[in-house]
Design a protein around this ligand. Sequence first.
Ligand code: NAD
Length: 254
Amino acid sequence: MVADDQNEPLGGHTIVVTGAASGIGLAVTRRCVAQGAHVVMLDRDDSQLDAATAGLGESTSTAVVDVTDEAGIATAFEALGAVTGLVNCAGIMTPGDVTTVTPAGFARCLEVNLTGTFLMTRAAVTHLRAAGGSIVNIASVAGLVGIANAVAYCAAKGGVVGMTRALSADLAPSGIRVNAVCPGTVRTPLIDEAMRQRGGGDLDAGIAATVPKYPLGRLGTPDEIAAVVAFLLSDDAAFMTGAIIAADGGMTSV
Ligand code: NAD
């Protein structure tokens, strides 16, 4: 592995981040760059990706990739040498219960959140084998507990949790660590529609109804999730694999 430095614990690392154009993926990108890494930012959203690179300079490169597109993923990896980390952060939220989510909506939720994580990991493994490395999957509290009106999302994120454990067993002999972070509710564009539905059409009412579920009395921030991800990418977490870490203000502990 790359030697760590106390001020730049990710110095010398090359880390691929999916969903890097917004929210948690962008916060992960910024934190990894601040800690000395080069970040390959992948996202399906062209214009948002361009805007996201502002101020990040030469520490990042970008590619427009849909994580459900196996051929597109392969092309993106062809341009890369050895990478030391992969953060599977791209995701979508599909609000609804078993009567309101359509079969197509259910399938798409699994395709992006779960199959996308599988396809990206599959493509990254040979690049990571050359360097050793760390994979961090962004799951969710929805992968740990049941959440009303989120049947597809809970199924997908529960799958990410299970797959993380299986991958950790498969890839440990290659020196690749695989862990998952399960964020509680973090204010990003992803959750707005679900919050609106919870608030009967009113976003603020939805957020106000959500906060009491959190013992710390507030929602999380993208930076607070990025800090946990950066730790798992670094050699400080060298003895951690297969861990499922809740970063959720205590939501799943009560
Ligand atoms: P976001 O909407 O701000 O960012 C998600 C990014 O993923 C966007 O830039 C989007 O373009 C990209 N994306 C979506 N589908 C894609 C695809 N098929 N291929 C490539 N890129 C794609 O959302 P966020 O809140 O930052 O979510 C990031 C991750 O964190 C997701 O996996 C989400 O499920 C998870 N998460 C979020 C919360 C929360 O409360 N925000 C809580 C738990 C888990």
